[in-house]
Design a protein around this ligand. Sequence first.
Ligand code: FE2
Length: 393
Amino acid sequence: MIPEYYEFQNMGKVCSGKLALEHIPYELSMKHASRPLILTDHTLEKLGMLKLLQKAMDGVDTTHVFADIYPDSSIDTVRQAADFYTRCGCDSLVAMGGGSVLDTAKGVAMVISQDGADIYSLIGCEELPQGKPVPFLAVPTTAGTGSEATCVAVIAHPQKDVKLEFISGHIQPQVSILDPRMTQSLPPRITASTAMDALCHAIEAFSCRQKNPLSDAYAIAAIRLISSHLLTAVTHPKDMEARMAMANGSMIAGAAFSNSMVGGVHAIGHALGGVCHIAHADAMAILLPHVMSYNLDVCTDTYSELLLHLAGPGAYAAANAHERAQKSIETIRSLNQTLHDTCDMPITLAQTNRITPDQFEAVAEKALKDGAILFNPKALGKDFIIRLLKEAY
Ligand SMILES: [Fe+2]
């Protein structure tokens, strides 16, 4: 069904393949940029990934590097990096890392494009004027957040203990560089949970209230890629084909949810992160089948179709839509169980060792204030969230 009105913003250019990194100099030159600020973190630096990137950027000045970026990037980090960019006289951004590095780079792109405005003054700026666009290339090193294809940045305000959301089409990277060398050293445990985050983006995009024909097309492509290559990427980390499929699936899921938004899994997952510091990807894997079960009665047809993309035509032969929809949820449960057995990914809240039942009320209250809850296909109240947390425990 086509919504009465919808918008869809396409992602930027994609360079995907074995030597994608080596295309960076050309992409920068096409944007008349020659002095990029490279944003990354010290772990990737120690793993030799920064050297690999610098070597691939042959002929470009790669001496300006900002690596003081830590998990859950903060507005202080954005201020420092933007300051460094200006002091070094840089003219572009190349961000290599996971969600935290990419979100920091988005913050820097925002500040620079707005003539150095303070990041705090740009919160929630859907109408952020384009300003002076900063050439911005993203090189993701995980296959999960899809941040390289989204117009959203989540940046922490440590003094206020909150995560701020920045939304603008102008902070979306102009080029995503997907190179299998970037993800092949990810350990199985991280590969598994980040992949479940990506799958969750695609499934929520496919079933949430703002879905539209274009976001569906992206979500379906992502679901097919992720579900058919996830286990190979976990069990055979060096398998280039599986790594490329996961990198593409994650990016495409990012483009889907950046337009159709995510729902209850993310609303409760963000609250679990805020109250109990449960890792985002773990929370997604744990909550996904429970929220799907809750949504089942209003998503029967959607979840029925989902089975075709998740498990292929053979599995789709189940007798009726309700049975197929239930089978979709069972497929997610069984995928979770396999990942738990293979690499110890937690599949219950108790297994994270970060939450006790007396915190459920606080989690539910925080989830109700999360923007994603508005897009869940079925209204979620406090009692239902607490019931769902008990089931997931
Ligand atoms: Fe997510």
